[in-house]
Ligand binder design. Structure first.
Ligand code: ADP
Ligand code: ASP
Ligand code: MG
Length: 418
């Protein structure tokens, strides 16, 4: 039997009528002759609510119990989806992660797949079941505890199942009808893309476009999964949505294909650190040990008058997610107290956002950065930090200008035009 994976995100299973609507889409594929693995998220808002419960109970919570609580939303929707399908006379069975089992590492809150043995689900298909409804986001550690894959992780569950079961396609049903040139919720001129290259989608996702979890794109690229994003609210057929595919399946590509943003960033600067070999490692070692995700890094000449400093000094600026600032501060203060690093001051700016342009066309085109900076300058937006790679340019700016910057860059690279 040919097999499809269909994933429904939180808004697509937000209540019973939406679950019924999603079930109709599953029914249509079963009618076309497919066995289907359905991956479901929790009803929208449920995971956030449970994260709130955990944080309201324990500040420095045990990550195993965090996973036990926040994974539970998917159990509800998996069971309800199986029931709804049964009501439509489609033989369906639900699966929680441990029942499959979905074996993962023990990194609670951001676990990674080890393997997904097919035997249990294959046996059910062999019995005549047409649909396996699997709770997304969940896994099982070697210690026998429930794990979760990080926020947005059901996308990754879907791609992993598509790879493990050799699915013909992995369809990600969501509340937008595909991948756009930027988030359609903040730029009305955003344009839906028919196709996007894996590399570009990977950058957009990792730079903040939450339509797909980054790891899901990585897995799809590695295992050559045909990955599609489409709307659960509209009528769809085999040509709907956006196909994420190899670069050579795309006829023409623009210099810039998309603009991404990440709202909750913070910029931290260590003022007057010694400029000597080993200083970067003395700073970023303790930050890594404290579990801080450092993103952009800039080492620059100190803004301060060096006063009593005799040797060479520098400033070290880096960005971290805003909710990790306290942890980063603590790690730096402890490193200073232990004599591992010296600095005069640690300045934290928690009102910044990151805006990025992405495109494989940048590899062969010069002047993209200049165009980007000119567009931001025209809006009087000050750039605080810049980072570039082969196919992306990111800037850190004041958060209040984030939407303006996204729109200005979208206009500047004419992304509304095909
Ligand atoms: P789901 O609950 O289905 O997993 P998400 O909320 O995780 O859905 O992801 C879909 C959202 O991603 C859209 O509602 C949209 O606001 C946002 N988004 C951000 N960037 C993009 C983009 N480039 N194209 C499409 N959607 C985007
Ligand atoms: N329910 C989880 C979350 O909100 C996983 C997912 O929806 O992909 O992050
Ligand atoms: Mg999502």
């Amino acid at each position: 039997m040919p097999l499809l994976v269909m994933k429904f995100g939180g808004t697509s299973v937000a209540d019973l009528s939406r679950i019924a609507n999603a079930a109709k889409k599953v029914q249509a594929e079963v009618a076309r002759g497919y066995d289907v693995i359905v991956i479901v998220s929790a009803m929208s808002g449920e995971t956030n609510k449970m994260v709130g419960y955990v944080e309201g109970t324990s500040k420095l919570y045990d990550a195993r119990e965090y996973d036990a609580v926040v994974s539970s939303g998917e159990n509800v929707t998996a069971g309800l989806m199986a029931l709804r399908l049964q009501e439509m006379d489609i033989p369906a069975r639900s699966w929680q992660g441990w029942q499959v089992p979905i074996n993962t590492t023990s990194a609670h809150g951001s676990a990674r797949f080890i393997d997904i043995p097919r035997a249990n689900i294959d046996a059910k298909f062999a019995e005549g079941f047409k649909v396996a409804v699997v709770a997304g986001f969940q896994g099982l550690s070697a210690e026998g505890r429930i794990t979760t894959l990080g926020r947005g992780g059901s996308d990754t569950t879907a791609v992993a199942f598509a790879a493990a079961f050799g699915a013909e396609r992995c369809d990600i049903y969501t509340d937008v009808d595909g991948v756009y040139t930027t988030d359609p919720r903040i730029a009305s001129k955003a344009r839906k893309l028919d196709r996007i290259a894996f590399e570009e989608m990977l950058e957009l996702a990792s730079l903040g476009a939450k339509v797909l979890q980054t790891r899901s794109v990585e897995l799809a690229m590695r295992y050559k999964v045909r990955l599609r994003v489409l709307s659960s609210f509209e009528d769809t057929d085999e040509n709907s949505g956006t196909l994420v595919c190899d670069e050579d399946e795309i006829m023409e590509s623009k210099v810039v294909s998309g603009v991404a943003y990440s709202r909750d960033e913070a910029k931290m600067t260590l003022v007057t650190v010694e400029d000597r070999p080993g200083v970067a490692s003395a700073i970023f070692g303790p930050l890594a040990d404290a579990g801080v995700n450092v993103d952009m890094i800039v080492q620059n000449i100190s803004e301060k008058n060096y006063g009593t400093h005799t040797g060479a000094v520098t400033d070290m600026t880096f960005s971290v997610p805003v909710n990790q600032v306290a942890r980063a501060q603590k790690a730096m203060e402890e490193a200073r107290a232990a004599g591992i690093i010296m600095y005069d001051e640690l300045i934290s700016d928690t009102d910044v956002a990151k805006v990025s342009v992405v495109g494989i066309g940048m590899r062969s085109q010069v002047g993209v950065a200049a165009r980007m900076f000119k567009a931001l300058a025209a809006e009087n937006i000050n750039i605080k930090v810049i980072a570039t790679s082969e196919i992306k340019i990111s800037v850190l700016i004041d958060r209040k200008y984030m939407e303006l910057a996204v729109q200005a860059l979208h206009d500047c690279f004419e992304l509304d035009k095909a």
